[in-house]
Design a protein around this ligand. Structure first.
Ligand code: 13P
Length: 287
């Protein structure tokens, strides 16, 4: 059964480790992440962007697929199905479709409107026992057509949103989606420390997990980050492994064109990547 992300993140924050949020794109992605989490006894969050939601034929299709896998693959570790960077309407649609967690990304709105909409969604989520992530200070880079400039969140605005009763809070600290440019100055730990000071026990979320050096991820966890989002890195290793298979001519050998064979190296590569991240975040054995 899907669970809200609240308990897993409260535990993670209290015990100084991070729970991985891995974006899913299709059946192979979802299966690879769930099987790895089960094998390593780690809690996990499956992230679905609105674009990926459309691609996978809508939120109901996704809920049914994930619930089916939890049962058929005998997944016993805590799993949350979470809308990533949702609009207000998207969040409502996911709640109706059976997601256990949603993000409302009002970071591009004036703070008062962000607060108003976040409040409304908190009431709905509380009523249904779901978790809600809010965002302050947009995360840079491009994700599914949403382009953020990469701001530093204002710690006072973070407190204002945290005090509304959200489950977890994403705050821009120089992180960006996708690959980091060579001249990226790194995460701003001063800003993160101030946010954590103002928001206390609130589990903080680090978006743009792809390519953040391991020591910075660990430092972020010591400063209150309890959820780390990873998307692009899984896409890159999937593409690399698939390209290698085709370039080696394996799709031309016997029945190597069978999608179950063609997509297997990419699926294995996602498993390896998820394992590597769970080791780094410290979530192995925490389920
Ligand atoms: P990356 O694609 O940079 O890993 O970011 C993922 C993310 O933050 C999803 O919200």
């Amino acid at each position: 059964m899907l669970v809200s992300a609240k308990d897993m993140l409260t535990k993670a924050k209290a015990n100084h480790y991070g729970v991985g949020h891995f974006n899913i794109n299709n059946l192979e992605w979802t299966k690879a992440i769930l099987q790895t989490a089960e094998e390593l006894r780690s809690p996990v969050i499956l992230g679905v962007s609105e674009g990926a939601g459309k691609y996978m034929c809508g939120y109901k299709t996704i809920t049914n697929m994930v619930n089916g896998m939890l049962e058929e693959l005998n997944i016993t570790v805590p799993v949350a199905l979470h809308l990533d960077h949702g609009s207000y309407e998207g969040a409502k649609a996911c709640i109706a479709a059976g997601f256990s967690s949603v993000m409302f990304d009002g970071s591009h709105l004036p703070i008062d409107e962000n607060i108003e909409k976040t409040k409304e969604l908190i009431a709905i989520c509380n009523d249904k026992g779901l978790s809600l992530e809010a965002e302050v200070g947009s995360i840079g880079g491009e994700e599914d057509g949403v382009v953020g400039a990469g701001e530093f969140a204002d710690p006072d605005e973070c407190k204002a949103i945290a005090d509304l009763g959200v489950t977890m809070l994403a705050a821009g600290i120089g992180n960006i989606h996708g690959k980091y440019p060579a001249n990226w100055p790194g995460l701003n730990f001063d800003v993160l420390a101030k946010i954590q000071e103002k928001t206390g026990d609130m589990p903080l979320v680090l978006h743009g997990g792809t390519g953040i050096p391991a020591d910075m991820v660990k430092e972020a966890i010591t400063l209150g980050v309890a959820k780390i989002n990873v998307n692009t890195e899984c896409q890159i290793v999937f593409a690399e492994a698939t390209r290698k298979y085709i370039e080696a001519g394996k799709d031309l050998e016997g029945k190597g064109f069978d999608p179950r064979k063609l997509l297997a190296p990419g699926t294995e590569a996602i498993k390896e990547k998820v394992k590597e991240k769970m080791e780094l975040f410290g979530s192995i054995g925490q389920a």
